[in-house]
Design a binder for this molecule. Structure first.
Ligand SMILES: *Cc1c(COP(=O)(O)O)cnc(C)c1O
Length: 391
């Protein structure tokens, strides 16, 4: 065997032994929150399309019309000829939604994060990051070359101690957090983080991928969930979750946005989004701005589920059920699949060792009886009992 194949085969064997090998499973999403896998129809509780807007007739119509009018692709980077007028319209809408001076659309949330952070920080600088930030914020931090220091999840005292010990040794500093943590579904204490950032001259950046559309003042996102409005100069998010399309964005001051246009490599050296994705996102924002009750449904379903199982009140439509061991988690997920429910098992390194979980996400498409049926199935298979105590 060649050394390359030998190397990867040995790695795969190790992953298999610890139940950590990942595989792609062909899945056909249906338009009602269900999915088809291996010929079986399942109720899906693991989709980020919280508002089912990817299937919304008006959103689909807007995308189809944009293809008819402008074609299937954008043809170039935004800095060359790919800066379609629809992008400016979308950016105006995003800035209005978040209440910032300006916004900038990237080709995905991942691309936004790996572009924004290295544009602002270099090796002389320091990043204080919540230990549970999304992987693409870690990737962006590493690309910047800045020193990366983690603080314990949502632990403001720990953050403050680290700032006292390390801030003064560096030129610029950033504090990085998710608005809604993607694997735990809890909120960051954004007003307090904003205050700490101000005291220590740090730039606060939040990732609102799971907040926009579903929480905070009719879906304006995590920065609108608090009595006092947090001061967050860098608010990024994605168009590919509740907004139902594809792409990422940064909402910030006009100066920051102008700087990104001339510095963010993942904006400059990649092709612009297809017009259809942009048109779909604009139409989806119409729904989010105008239909408050519709946008409240995912939270309603998450609360119903938590009540059924006696879990703490959820802060977002993401409800984790910590199951501990990776192998047990994957077995529980397989049993749920046999019962007609699609719930993803999440394993290390996505979550800490020993904290594998079933991650349940709720959408507008779920019917109350489907939510109750999932709660009952989880109880029946012993998913909530501590490890090893089921039959
Ligand atoms: C999904 C996600 C991203 C990446 O967004 P994409 O548009 O899918 O690339 C970034 N941050 C968080 C917290 C996410 O959950």
């Amino acid at each position: 065997m060649k050394s390359l194949d030998k190397f990867v085969s040995a790695k795969l064997e190790t992953l298999d032994r610890s139940g950590l090998r990942r595989q792609l499973v062909t899945t056909r999403r249906l338009d009602d929150g269900h999915a088809r896998r291996d010929g079986q129809e399942l109720i899906s509780f693991c989709c980020n399309d919280y508002l089912n807007l990817s299937q919304h007739p008006d959103v689909k119509k807007a995308a189809i019309q944009a293809i008819e009018d402008y074609g299937a692709g954008s043809g170039a980077s935004r800095l060359i000829t790919g800066n379609h007028p629809l992008l400016g319209e979308l950016e105006g809408r995003l800035a209005r939604l978040k209440g910032t001076e300006a916004a900038l659309v990237f080709s995905s949330g991942y691309m936004a994060n790996i572009g924004i952070i290295p544009s602002l920080l270099g090796p002389e600088d320091v990043i204080f990051a919540d230990q549970f930030i999304h992987n693409c914020l870690v990737a962006g931090s590493q690309l910047s070359g800045a020193r990366l220091i983690y603080f314990n999840h949502n632990d403001l005292d720990h953050l403050t101690d680290l700032l006292h010990a390390n801030r003064a040794d560096h030129r610029h500093a950033m504090i990085l957090t998710d608005g809604v943590f993607s694997m735990d579904g809890d909120l960051a204490p954004l007003p307090e983080l904003g205050e700490i950032a101000r005291q220590h001259d740090c730039w606060l950046m939040s990732d609102d991928a799971h907040g926009v559309g579903v929480i905070g003042d009719g879906g304006r996102g995590s920065s609108f969930c608090f009595d006092r409005k947090p001061d967050i100069p860098l608010q990024m998010g994605t168009l590919s979750k509740a907004i139902g399309s594809f792409g990422g964005y940064l909402c910030a001051s006009q100066a920051v946005i102008d700087f990104m246009k001339t510095r963010a490599r993942s904006l400059i050296y990649t092709t612009a989004l297809p017009p259809a994705s942009v048109a779909a996102a604009i139409r989806a924002l119409d729904v989010i701005e105008n239909e408050r009750e519709y946008c409240a449904r995912p939270m309603y379903n998450a609360r119903l589920f938590a009540r059924e199982l006696g879990l703490p009140e959820p802060q977002s439509p993401i409800v984790p059920i910590i199951t501990g061991d990776s192998a047990r988690t994957m077995q529980l997920a397989a049993r749920l699949e046999d019962l007609g429910f699609l719930v993803t098992g999440i394993r290390p390194p996505t979550v800490p060792e020993g904290a594998a979980r079933l991650r349940v996400t709720f959408s507008v498409a779920h019917k109350e009886e489907e939510v109750r049926a999932l709660a009952k199935a989880l109880a029946d298979i012993g998913a909530l009992s501590p490890e090893g105590s089921e039959e």
